[in-house]
Design a protein around this ligand. Structure first.
Ligand SMILES: *Cc1c(COP(=O)(O)O)cnc(C)c1O
Ligand code: SF4
Length: 334
């Protein structure tokens, strides 16, 4: 038998894992050994924002626990159809910050590229769950217009690859973008916002790590984990590999009712992140996007959690509690 090269093998692995992600609530419940009667409220079998959960993520859920914090992040509920006052389709003002399709600029020196609309997982609280990705993708012309815009604005020193999840693009596509950015002298840092190392660690394969290591700038990767149980051994290993490629690792989490709205949950998350080489960066208050109201934690409760967290953890493991405010010049500390 002829052995496959490692790269080929890993590549098919992560794409296959994405292709076989769970898309039906009934299938998800079966996988974790639950029936609808065991859940406290009705689920949604036909949500506009469909389910997408790789099996590797489902395996980290506690079997038979209707209150599992990972399950809660991804299971569509009927309640998402409610339209409470104050919840909108574009709560963070992405529309007005769009410089050209797929390029957002809200803050000094930083430009954010919406590289793709695709995510390896669909988080029910996502502030971009209604984002018009069809119109907003930057890669349709091989990044030409996006790169030209960045090249023409010398005040941009940091480029952020976001989405969707930029690691949904395969590495040759990322390499193409990196090559275009390399030629722009005023870029000093490249940042990648991705939930992939947490959701589908197989994506962090040899080809991706090689690309990361060969980039000419210091790179930062901001991952997204909300609960300690999301970080298992495989995730921790992929994070250490990213760090070994010369990348600084930070985490952003969202404060979510029923997921991580306790001091114990936030402290465990900080500890597990640190063990994997990641520092907590932001803890976001929920963006008030339609469909996510059941995740909201009020400001007073959030402040109390932070106060108690500070009494328990070293300062570098306490994330900054922030709120995204449309039109503001930076993320607002609360
Ligand atoms: C959140 C965000 C950033 C990054 O903000 P930092 O405070 O530097 O982490 C940059 N651009 C946009 C459009 C953002 O939404
Ligand atoms: S990974 Fe991020 S962008 Fe994708 S659905 Fe989850 S919160 Fe939204």
């Amino acid at each position: 038998m002829i052995p496959l090269s490692t790269h080929h093998c890993q590549d098919t692995d992560w794409k296959k894992a994405l292709a076989t992600a769970i898309r039906q609530p009934s299938e998800l419940l079966r996988a974790v050994g639950l029936s609808t009667e065991q859940l406290p409220e009705p689920i949604d079998d036909a949500a506009d924002f469909p389910l997408r959960i790789p099996r590797a993520y489902v395996e980290r859920m506690r079997h038979g626990d209707p209150a599992d914090p990972l399950l809660r992040q991804v299971l569509a509920l009927r309640r998402e159809r409610e339209t409470p006052a104050g919840y909108s389709l574009d709560p963070v003002g992405d529309g007005p910050a769009t410089r050209r399709p797929g390029l957002l600029q809200k803050y000094h020196g930083r430009a954010l590229i919406v590289t793709t609309g695709a995510c390896p997982i669909h988080c029910r609280y996502c502030f971009r769950r209604h984002f018009p990705y069809g119109e907003a993708r930057a890669g349709a012309d091989d990044w030409r217009d996006t790169l030209a815009h960045i090249a023409a604005d010398a005040s941009i020193s940091e480029v952020i690859l976001s989405g969707g999840d930029p690691l949904s693009l395969d590495t040759p596509r990322l390499r193409k973008l990196g090559e275009g950015l390399r030629d722009i002298p005023h870029i000093r840092r490249l940042r990648i916002h991705s939930r992939m190392p947490v959701v589908l660690p197989q994506r962090i394969d040899a080809e991706f790590l090689a690309w990361l290591a060969e980039l000419p700038w210091r790179t930062v990767m901001v991952i997204h984990a909300n609960h300690a149980n999301e970080i298992d051994g495989t995730v921790a290993r992929s994070l250490r590999q990213i760090q070994a490629a010369g990348t600084t690792l930070l985490n952003q989490a969202v404060l979510l009712q029923g997921v991580n709205d306790s001091v114990a949950a936030l402290a465990d998350l900080g500890e597990n992140l640190f063990e994997a080489g990641v520092l907590p960066y932001y803890l976001h208050l929920l963006d008030h996007v339609q469909g996510a109201a059941h995740f909201a934690v009020d400001d007073a409760c959030a402040h109390e959690l932070m106060e108690r967290l500070r009494r328990q953890l070293p300062g570098y493991l306490v994330p900054r509690l922030v709120r995204e405010q449309a039109g503001a010049p930076y993320k607002q500390l609360v």
